[in-house]
Design a protein around this ligand. Structure first.
Ligand code: SOE
Length: 378
């Protein structure tokens, strides 16, 4: 008999859909003690909510998240709302003793993130930040290769996260769909939205970052407001950001992100170079991991592309037969499966709020380095 875990989801946007899909998929594909129940979904747009809930199989709806938090039949609060709402919801949900899952970036800044982390730790309940890309099988395999010592001492970490959807000056800012362009809602631009993923993956793979030196640019200085098209407002997010990093283990890192890389829709890459070998990943070929081992016979030594879809590769035995590729949404399901397994075993299996805070510390240091034109210590 499975233990039921009643979920209360807040937010009906892109992430609300991705998480709803995971709650539906995880049970049939992963053999776990806990079974998520799609108990209630909450959103302040009633029309959207009424279409969303039956489409994804949510049993009930709320238009006010305070009410959702007060419900005794909800065990887990899952936050998929814009970044400026995370703090209030987390603080109240922690007080209400709920398990909390939160989208990235954890907070608007380190001060908020620290309070949120302390609140969930005080509540003693499990928590997670949805850093989904850790759970792409090829990325998890790269982590295994690093952990097994197959790359030896790590010298370099090189990451890129590129998109192109804001190049047109006609894209407005603000509102339900375009809050990512409004700094008062998003906190920052590509640094919190995209580099947070790259930073989380980097620190998970090779350890903490000790200092950074960054530059940012806002290419389009003014944009129309989505909700008031006659008005124009200054754009204060970072459209692009590049930074150098020193890791605690002595490795050097370079990170680059932009929403102005024409042709790049969601290219998320990293390459790690070590004494004994290297690995490289590109989300545009998500089922592949490139691996170079200096220990191979010199006559046949070279980069090999591992097709990460065999039954002994991370997560793959839970899906189809070897060779059948999986997609973007599966990483969220893997994150959820790991979280539920962690609950079952009483172990930490996922990035929690402490990890989200560590990434937030790097993001804040990156932005302040770019503002002050100097290296920042973390
Ligand atoms: C932005 O376009 C975005 O949706 C991010 O918010 C996600 O975190 C990223 O995975 C895809 O791009």
């Amino acid at each position: 008999m499975k233990k039921k875990l009643n979920i209360g989801l807040i937010g009906c946007g892109f992430m609300g859909r991705a998480h709803s899909n995971s709650y539906r998929q995880v049970g049939p594909f992963f053999d776990l003690a806990y079974e998520p129940v799609l108990k209630a979904v909450c959103c302040d747009n009633e029309e959207q909510l009424k279409a969303f809930a039956p489409n994804w199989g949510w049993q009930s709806i709320e238009t006010d998240w305070h009410k959702l938090l007060n419900r005794d039949d909800i065990d887990v609060i899952d936050i998929c709302t814009p970044n400026n709402t995370h703090y209030d919801i987390v603080m109240a949900a922690a007080k209400a003793g709920k398990i909390i899952l939160c989208e990235k970036p954890l907070a608007m800044n380190v001060a908020q993130g620290l309070e949120m982390t302390e609140a969930v730790e005080k509540s003693g309940k499990a928590n997670m930040v949805w850093f989904n890309y850790r759970r792409v099988p090829a990325v998890t395999l790269a982590k295994q290769i690093v952990d097994e010592g197959q790359l030896g001492r790590i010298f370099h970490y090189r990451a890129k996260y590129l998109q192109d959807w804001t190049i047109s000056p006609d894209v407005p800012q603000g509102g339900d769909a375009l809050w990512r362009l409004d700094a008062s809602v998003a906190g920052s631009g590509v640094t919190g939205d995209l580099l947070a993923h790259s930073i989380d993956m980097a620190m998970w793979m090779i350890g903490g970052i000790s200092s950074v030196c960054a530059m940012t640019e806002t290419f389009i200085k003014q944009r129309k407001l989505q909700n008031e098209p006659d008005k124009v407002k200054a754009v204060t997010i970072d459209d692009a950001c590049a930074f150098l990093a020193r890791f605690e283990n002595g490795a050097l890192g370079t990170f680059e992100s932009t929403r102005y890389a024409r042709g790049r829709k969601n290219q998320n890459t990293f390459e790690i170079n070590g004494e004994k070998g290297s690995v490289a990943f590109d989300l545009e070929n998500a089922h592949e991991l490139a691996y170079f081992s200096h220990g191979d016979d010199s006559l046949v030594r070279g980069w090999r592309n591992i097709q990460v879809w065999d039954a002994d590769h991370p997560y793959m035995k839970h899906w189809w037969v070897p060779g059948c590729a999986i997609g973007y949404e599966h990483a969220h399901t893997h994150a959820l499966a790991d979280f539920l397994l962690g609950l079952e075993k009483g172990e930490k299996k996922c990035p929690d709020f402490r990890d989200g805070l560590a990434t937030q510390c790097v993001c804040d240091a990156v932005l302040s380095s770019a503002n002050n034109n100097k290296w920042e210590k973390i």
